[in-house]
Design a protein around this ligand. Structure first.
Ligand code: FES
Length: 272
């Protein structure tokens, strides 16, 4: 049984059990700013990534491959020399090869605890903000289909780990030049390094990761290594929102950088 709700001032409640006050809410700050900015930011990324994922072009310029298109799992992608090319989808796949890959990072971000909060507020106003009642009549949380599928987050986390390993390998390949010789660096190498650092930081700051490392233990004292790792991951976890945005922007920028090179907008400045 849930406890009796605390009486509203004056003791009057509406049908939903909320204080029966004439105002929709009592917030006087610009509470709508955060959800509106969040919705705009997410929308911008969705539009950009949809365009790039379906483009099926301009995603490779030696030695860089766009993170949207790696690994290559279909026959129809431009092969990257030495890159992760596993054509397990064969020749029947006629759409953009990015669509096979992006399902994993997309699922990871879509089911992420932070992004859930962000898009529930930004797009569904559920709730719009703290202490602002939502417009919907019914609330079932994440207990029914399709939102119950949010529980798949842990499995998407495992897939995201794999994606991060592959993107790390791509970053290693960025230490080659256009002739695939090792020991070189360009501006793109730095772009890739910044991106992979943020991808790893975001992935490891995941709440599921924190639970996998430090959860379900009876005594931390008996698991000193896991306890220490849990502390590290916890520090990242405190910045999960920041890392979610930073890595979203960095992955978009890394892709855009490759796009600019591939379309000949400019040449990659080489350091050595
Ligand atoms: Fe955000 Fe897992 S909670 S990535």
């Amino acid at each position: 049984d849930s406890p009796e709700p605390r009486p509203a001032p004056g003791g009057v409640r509406d049908a939903a059990g909320r204080a029966a006050i004439p105002e929709a809410h009592l917030r006087v700050d610009r509470w709508w700013l955060a959800p509106a900015a969040t919705a705009l930011g997410l929308l911008a990324f969705v539009v950009y990534s949809t365009w790039r994922a379906f483009a099926n072009a301009d995603y490779y310029d030696a030695p860089y491959v766009s993170p949207f298109y790696s690994p290559c799992l279909a026959d129809n992608c431009e092969p990257m020399k030495g890159g992760p090319n596993w054509e397990i989808f064969g020749g029947w796949w006629g759409l953009s090869p990015a669509l096979i890959i992006l399902i994993f990072p997309l699922g990871f971000r879509l089911t992420c605890y932070y992004y859930r909060k962000a898009y529930y507020r930004g797009f569904w106003a559920s709730p719009p903000a703290c202490a602002v009642a939502e417009p919907h009549k019914k609330y079932t949380g994440e207990t029914r289909f399709p939102l119950i599928l949010q529980n798949l987050h842990r499995y998407f986390f495992y897939a995201a780990l794999l994606v991060a390993v592959i993107l790390s390998y791509d970053t290693l390949l960025a230490f080659r030049n256009a002739d695939y010789e090792w020991g070189h660096m360009g501006l793109g190498t730095l772009v890739f390094l910044a991106n992979i650092a943020l991808i790893w930081a975001y992935t490891l700051s995941c709440h599921s990761c924190r639970h996998i490392i430090g959860g379900r233990l009876r005594h931390f004292s008996k698991h000193p290594v896991r306890y220490r790792m849990w502390g590290w991951v916890g520090k990242l976890n405190e910045r999960h929102m920041l890392l979610a945005w930073a890595s979203l922007i960095s992955v978009g920028l890394a892709d855009f950088y490759v796009y600019l090179l591939a379309t000949g907008a400019f040449d990659d400045p080489r350091f050595f």
